[in-house]
Design a protein around this ligand. Structure first.
Ligand SMILES: *Cc1c(COP(=O)(O)O)cnc(C)c1O
Length: 464
């Protein structure tokens, strides 16, 4: 296994995935083709070793500096993944009461949970207070008032930090920038000190720290250093005014390599630079440093497996490769134009090499996984969409009445299912029947036919 982890890979995005000399793609000790045969496609396959390696890389990069790694739950929030992250000692950055619940259900320590987000609802706040989370990252003056109201009513104390909007350009795509002055996130610079002074007077508020998150897919250390500079000024100014902070939260956002020509911002590069900058600029020795990485923990740790359904030619010589995964499993290409490498799980020597647009079955023109890909595939072949762990399953939808995809975690030679497979029967089960139409087919009979069809297709797959 350790040997497998170091095998050269067609896309060196970290540990967990490798190819045999014949070119067959494996996750740890398991052939991905076997996962597809057993669970069908589309299926997300996560490598336990790959997730663990990333969490440990963050932890190790801090050295002896006091710190807390809070994995950003929204990147991938399935219970098994959160359990794994919690078992490695990390905490969680949550953006809803639901994410806090998930973190707790997975064994997360409330004392390691921070809660960000611009629209915290009353029930979410009440739940977070009763659960005893570490810190609310406050995103507006009105939110401080609401948190205080709820804390007062419940007889609790809310531990808070102010999330600053530093008005910094992180040089990332507009869709994922959060630190520019015109973004909805964080408290604007002029309101930061007055907000702390107000918070200091509120009986059910305890001031803990200061926080910031400048966006996602940040490629270099420079914007983080600018952010530390902005936050350090506030920490030092507050110190002078008698408000001593115990932590500084520098958010998430480290980029990963989706394309062989992109470079990841490695924790071993980012974290020592942050520790050094905080020690230099913040006048509180041993202030605890929090980070909230999401993507850089989970992106490289998973592939999305999909089966080629049909090849078809369009106008102007355009060739389409229609697969059984779509924007409902992985929406990043559709909404951000994101690139994901797409590779055959096994080479197919019989297939003709051609330039293909890899598209899904969903009835939307934006439903594609990758355009202009040089591939040699035929119907029935398996493809792996790489670097699919972050903002993949957590953004999946059931549009077009497509059930959510299956997810499994590979641990050495074991394949651990992360959920019960969903079918369309699960989707319609909770819906009301109004009885307006007199049924042409008995609904229960339709359900039975559907179930039988699923069984038919599964038997054919396993017999292959
Ligand atoms: C989304 C988010 C993160 C994680 O961002 P990544 O780019 O996935 O590392 C961290 N903190 C906050 C507040 C977020 O909203």
């Amino acid at each position: 296994m350790a040997e497998n982890l170091n095998r050269p890979d067609s896309l060196s995005t970290g540990v967990g995935f490798w190819r045999t000399p014949e070119g067959e793609l494996f996750c740890e000790d398991v052939a991905l083709a076997d996962v597809a045969r057993r669970y069908g496609t589309p299926v997300y396959v996560y490598s336990r070793a790959a997730v663990a390696e990333r969490v440990r890389a963050y932890e190790a990069a801090f050295g002896d500096a006091p710190h807390q790694v809070c994995y950003a739950v929204k990147a991938a929030s399935t219970r098994g993944i959160l359990e794994l992250v919690a078992s490695l000692g990390a905490g969680f950055d949550c953006v809803s009461g639901g994410e806090i619940l998930r973190a707790l259900e997975a064994g997360g320590d409330p004392k390691k949970i921070v809660y960000s987000g611009v629209g915290k609802g009353e029930a979410d706040i009440a739940f977070a207070l009763e659960a005893g989370i570490r810190c609310f990252n406050i995103e507006s003056p009105a939110e401080l008032d609401r948190i205080h109201d709820v804390a007062l009513a419940l007889g609790r104390t809310a531990h808070v930090s102010v999330r600053v909007n530093p008005n910094i350009d992180a040089h990332v795509d507009a869709h994922v920038a959060t630190g520019l002055g015109d973004s909805k996130f964080g408290v604007k610079l002029t309101e930061v000190i007055p907000l702390y002074e107000k918070a200091a007077k509120l009986p059910n508020i305890h001031i803990e720290g200061i926080s910031c998150h400048i966006g996602s897919l940040v490629e270099s250390v420079a914007p983080y250093l600018q952010m530390v500079e902005v936050l350090a000024k506030f920490v030092n100014e507050l110190q002078k005014r008698g408000i001593t902070l115990s932590h500084i939260d520098l958010g998430g956002g480290a980029g990963v390599a989706y394309h062989p020509e992109e470079k990841a911002l490695e924790p071993s590069v980012l974290i020592p630079a942050l520790v050094e900058a905080v020690r230099r600029e913040v006048h509180i020795p041993d202030i605890e440093i929090f980070v909230e990485p999401g993507r850089s923990i989970i992106a490289q740790a998973a592939v999305l497996l999909t089966t080629v359904q049909y090849l078809k030619s369009g106008l102007f010589e355009r060739q389409f490769c229609i697969v059984d995964a779509s924007m409902t499993e992985l929406i990043r290409p559709a909404i951000y134009g994101s690139y994901h490498a797409i590779e055959p799980v096994r080479p197919n020597p019989k297939a003709k090499r051609q330039i293909l647009n890899v598209v899904g079955p969903v009835c939307e023109s934006t439903d594609f996984l990758g355009n202009d890909r040089d591939l040699a595939v035929e119907a029935g072949d398996l493809l792996a969409v790489r670097t699919a762990g972050a903002y993949g399953m957590s953004m999946a939808s059931t549009y077009n009445s497509r059930p959510l995809p299956m997810e499994v975690m590979v641990d050495g030679g074991r394949v651990l299912p992360l959920r019960r497979p969903q079918t369309v029967l699960d989707l319609s089960a909770g819906e009301a029947r109004l009885g307006f139409a007199s049924p042409a087919v008995d609904p229960a009979h339709a359900d039975r036919l559907f179930e039988e069809a699923l069984g038919f297709s599964q038997r054919r797959r396993v017999a292959d």
